[in-house]
Design a protein. Sequence first.
Length: 353
Amino acid sequence: MTSPSVPKVHSGPAFQAVDALFRAAGLVRNSRGTAANGVTGRARFQRAAPEELRRASPLPRAALNSVELLRVPGWEKIHWLWHGFSTRLGGVSRAYCAEDALGDLNLGFTKDDDPATVSRNRQLLAEAVTGDPATPLITLRQIHSSVLRLATTGDAARKRLWKADGLLTDEPGLLLGVQTADCIPVLVADRKRRAVAVFHAGWRGTVKRIVESGIGRMRLEFGSRPEDLMAAIGPGIGPCCYAVGEEVLSGFESQFPYARELFCEVSDTDPVRVRYPLLFLTQRAPGHSPLGPGLHLNLIEANRRQLLAAGLKPRSIKMVGGCTSCQPELFFSHRASRGHAGRMMGVIGIQPR
């Protein structure tokens, strides 16, 4: 009587080539040789606790009109450059703050806030950054795209509102801004040619290479050289809090060979959920359930990688820090507030001579 055969683990050159393809797709071959369970499974991600992934924000600085901004270290020495990342502090809006709190600096024309109040907040922001509340502030109707627009003084006069997610200019006197409430604001400045750009990078825009495309557009429009560019990545939702689903992972894997380095599995630190996990079982997709570990995305690092791929030097890229979801006292967060949130802005411009 013959004993049942033991499945062999294939490791010849042909199978090594197959394994290489699987690794590139973030998969691993089943080494047991069984066909019943499928040939592949997801490779494991690095695991971390939320506190290991948090990057605290520096303290904001109050302007003369009490608007509190985050500045990019070293950029204030560049005399011709306007820039800043707003917080929720220093405005006159009452739509999103507690009854006993000071007003918020909501900069978005949201359905819950009064347009006149938002307009006043925008004037306060312009005054805090440029010294003049009448400085033209050009913004966009953001659509999570890779669409870019060249801004001019004429556009400011017509108050044109484009559907796009990136703005560029080399004209002095304009303040360019993108709105955020978890997505990543990215500022770029050309030190030699005095040109600037601002990008709104959510996960969809990042997959569509909004920042990388924007650097290419600066090279085309202004003759910018990557070695002359400097960039700042502002506050957004951090990898500590940004749980995502498999569709986000698939989107990144379809575009970037380093995609899996941008994700990690984050364990739930709630002691009740850890002790009684069955109480929190759901049928929701991975990353959308409160039960850990969940798949988390480092959207800040994803955009830093795009800046590097576009040719910027690592030392020319500043990451301001701050997680919008972790720090509700400082930032608006669409996710943390379940959609009831104002908007912040990342802004940049060129001072008139």
